[in-house]
Design a protein around this ligand. Structure first.
Ligand SMILES: [Zn+2]
Ligand SMILES: [Zn+2]
Ligand SMILES: [Zn+2]
Length: 425
């Protein structure tokens, strides 16, 4: 954000909301309000090889880092540009091999710490206003979040100790809380997750359920565009959450993740709630208390699923300190995690668990196993849906070999699978 007025946007104290952004000129629908480079960013491990680690360009034939062979770049320029960040992981990935598994949050925090250090070295007097100004809400954390943060801090020490000087435990906690509250997921136009980043300017915007701007990404640069007309003096509002849910659910989510309740027009009028909570036409409409119970059940079951995934990840981190990925307890947990990812429609997450499971499954189970056939089918179809047809085809063929023995060549599932395979070729 430029100095007051110049860029059309300035910071101000929004009544009851703390800091906020407002416009100093008129913006029409579709106008670019401002652009914000990432303070720090990281490409998702699942997207390696598809995007340049440095500029997030998507292209074929990227060149890989000769040392770790796990980071990919457009050219030498991008590789050089990325080295200050990639060096935090390059040798560590070589040393840990398959067992290198810090979460994306941990990877981003490592980059933030490295960036803060180079900033301090360049100019010790410079206030690191950018990241230090972000809200942390340390005091409002519950036990579950505490445990998550402690696990992340342990992983940070475990995988990054060689190249980072760590600040004290409390400062680390603050950074993790800041990233949890102010981190952004970089998404493409299909809303596929490409990576994570911190944009201090974008984080200044307050939330509304009827936002007047949207954030999109060009590479890893965030672009903020008007989706309603914004007049001089109006505050700029973005939405922090999925707006599909009814008012009460949205506010539970906002309270849980960002520690506030929304007072926007949509939350006050609840105009769309009736349509969002549409009921089946029954001869006898349900009693209000029955309805209330079902509503709470629906909401909690979605939350339970998210929690379940967090639990899976935590348990894998914990056991992973001692057990190899091919250990049966790890395999079982990863199989469950894959199921949760599928139910949450996190296809990339599901694929990455499936990939870890499939090899040990093939050796640990007997040659003709329904469990192996099932994972080959699941992962094969997932690959097909994710536009990786050759990998999908290979797995579906493997499943076919098993199913022909276990179900007989005439079985519906075998003839159907054969058709599926022919269509893929
Ligand atoms: Zn590049
Ligand atoms: Zn490397
Ligand atoms: Zn609202």
């Amino acid at each position: 954000i430029e100095e007051e007025g110049k860029g059309g946007v300035d910071r101000f104290d929004s009544p009851g909301k703390g800091r906020g952004l407002r416009v100093t000129k008129r913006f029409k629908v579709g106008d670019l309000v401002f652009v914000s480079p990432a303070y720090s960013y990281v490409l998702s491990a699942n997207e390696r090889g598809f995007y340049c680690e440095f500029c997030f360009a998507r292209k074929e034939g990227l060149a890989k880092c000769g040392k770790c062979k796990r980071a990919f770049y457009c050219n030498v320029g991008c590789q050089k540009g990325d080295w200050a960040m990639h060096k935090l992981e390059c040798s560590s990935m070589c040393a840990y091999g398959e067992n290198w598994c810090p979460s994306e949050t941990v990877r981003l925090v490592a980059r933030i710490i490295a960036k803060q250090k180079t900033q301090k070295e360049r100019d010790p007097s410079e206030k690191l206003l950018q990241v230090e100004e972000l809200e942390a809400h340390l005091d409002k954390m519950d036990n579950e979040k505490h445990e998550m943060n402690e696990t992340d801090i342990a992983a940070l020490h475990h995988f990054y100790s060689k190249h980072l000087e760590f600040p004290d435990h409390n400062s680390l906690l603050t950074i993790f809380c800041q990233v949890n509250c102010n981190g952004f997921t970089v998404e493409d136009e299909e809303l596929s997750h490409l990576g994570s980043a911190v944009y201090p300017d974008v984080a200044l915007m307050n939330h509304s359920c009827c936002p007047n701007v949207l954030v999109t990404y060009k590479g890893h640069v965030a672009e903020v565009r008007a989706v309603q007309q914004i007049n001089p003096g109006d505050e700029v509002y973005t939405s922090y959450i999925d707006l599909l849910y009814p008012t009460e659910d949205r506010n539970v989510r906002l309270k849980d993740a960002y520690y506030f309740t929304c007072d926007c027009k949509e939350c006050a009028t609840k105009a769309k709630d009736k349509a969002k909570m549409k009921l089946r036409k029954l001869s006898e409409p349900p009693a209000p208390e029955e309805l209330r119970k079902m509503f709470l059940y629906g909401r909690s079951i979605i939350e339970d699923f998210r929690r379940l995934l967090t639990m899976c990840e935590l348990s894998l981190d914990k056991m992973g300190a001692v057990f190899d990925d091919a250990n049966v307890y790890m395999l079982h947990m990863m199989y469950q995690s894959m199921g949760v990812c599928l139910a949450l429609e996190d296809w990339d997450g599901a694929a990455s668990y499936g990939e870890k499971i499939i090899k040990p499954y093939s050796t640990l189970y007997p040659a003709y196993s329904l469990n192996v056939a099932s994972i080959c089918l699941k992962l094969g179809r997932l690959y097909t849906a994710l536009d990786r047809p050759s990998q999908g085809l290979r797995l579906l063929k493997k499943a076919l070999v098993i199913l022909e023995v276990t179900h007989g060549k005439d079985h519906n599932c075998v003839t159907d699978l054969k058709k599926e395979i022919v269509q893929l070729k």
